[in-house]
Design a protein around this ligand. Structure first.
Ligand SMILES: NC(=O)C1=CN([C@@H]2O[C@H](COP(=O)(O)OP(=O)(O)OC[C@H]3O[C@@H](n4cnc5c(N)ncnc54)[C@H](O)[C@@H]3O)[C@@H](O)[C@H]2O)C=CC1
Ligand SMILES: O=C(O)[C@@H]1CCC=N1
Length: 281
């Protein structure tokens, strides 16, 4: 079989879709150089084929995995042991394995693959779909600087990338992996507030999104601290102060801090829950 698979995804869910979309959009790989292996859902694969013209082999799955340059593991944590039992024997030490799976450590993965296999753990987020992921990487024990650099180039094509020590990956998961959901949740509330007060839905959407984008650009372009920028909006005795006092009375910031901490803890729990002994054959 032709060895032209640059990226083979194992798992074709929302995060795989976001990364595929970003990789193609940024020209990091041609659609024909991307393959996806999913468990069973043919409708899901058909929709990915139609949308991206990528390859979803029906027959030559093992060969596709064996010939791929980079394997992206993108199944749920609970399915990872089965997925590695199913496909792991096709993966060899000449390949780069990148896992985006929350909670499972590089050593957990390495134990289930051929000795010496390069494993890198990545935590992107779904903003990969529009080239704006915040991704953290950490290398496994067999990943060299070149492997990390290659992985960094892949994820740089779909956003920005940092490298952290593996002990921090659960925190990253709680902060930026799950982070987009916190922002969407806040947008839902802001929109609801505008609509409840009688504004038109389209107008509310435009005002809310431009406020969000504008604030993000202010943070990025001025380099000022968020607290400083907040102070510039907050006139003494004015509307913002009244709103912030209300947020404080509901412990808004504490709620977010607790949320990130709980997500971190959950990432750890996911890792521990599936920490069963490896049964590599
Ligand atoms: N959704 C997100 O925002 C992010 C998710 N992640 C991580 O990415 C992973 C995937 O998440 P989602 O895409 O949201 O999940 P998902 O449930 O949407 O997709 C997982 C896919 O894996 C497939 N699958 C399961 N077992 C398989 C096997 N043995 N062989 C081949 N395919 C198999 C399933 O059929 C499913 O289509 C998770 O481990 C999650 O922790 C990481 C960063 C962000
Ligand atoms: O909710 C989850 O478990 C995954 C990991 C980070 C974002 N989504």
């Amino acid at each position: 079989m032709e060895n032209n698979t640059l990226y083979c995804f194992i798992g074709a869910g929302s995060v795989a879709e976001a990364i595929i979309s970003g990789i193609i959009r940024e020209g990091k790989a041609a659609p024909g150089e991307i393959a996806v292996i999913n468990r069973q859902n043919r409708d899901r694969l058909q929709s990915l084929i139609q949308r991206f013209q990528i390859r979803c082999p029906e027959e030559e799955k093992v060969e596709t995995i064996r010939n791929a340059r980079n394997l992206i593991l993108a199944v749920k944590p609970k399915d990872m042991a089965d997925a590695l039992r199913q496909w792991g024997s096709a993966i060899h030490s000449g390949q780069r394995v990148i896992s985006v799976v929350a909670g499972l450590s590089t050593s957990w993965i390495e134990e289930r693959l051929a000795p010496g296999t390069t494993v890198i753990r990545a935590m992107p987020n779904t903003s990969s779909m529009v080239g704006r992921s915040a991704t953290a990487l950490c290398p496994g024990r067999h990943a060299g600087e070149k492997d990390l650099e290659e992985a960094r180039r892949t994820f740089d094509a779909i956003g920005s990338t940092v490298t952290v020590e593996e002990q921090h990956m659960d925190t990253v998961t709680g902060l930026s992996g799950s982070g987009p959901a916190y922002i969407y949740y806040m947008v839902e509330a802001l929109e609801q507030a505008g609509i409840t007060q009688g504004l038109d839905q389209q107008i509310v959407r435009q005002l809310t999104l431009q406020t969000l984008v504008g604030a993000a650009h202010m943070l990025l372009e001025t380099g000022e601290a968020p607290a400083e920028l907040r102070k510039k909006v907050t006139s003494p005795g004015g509307t913002t102060m009244a709103a912030l006092e209300t947020l404080d009375s509901h412990q808004f910031q504490q709620a977010l801090i607790h949320a990130v901490s709980r997500a971190k803890e959950r990432s750890k729990e996911l890792g521990e829950a599936w920490n069963t002994p490896s049964v590599r054959t």
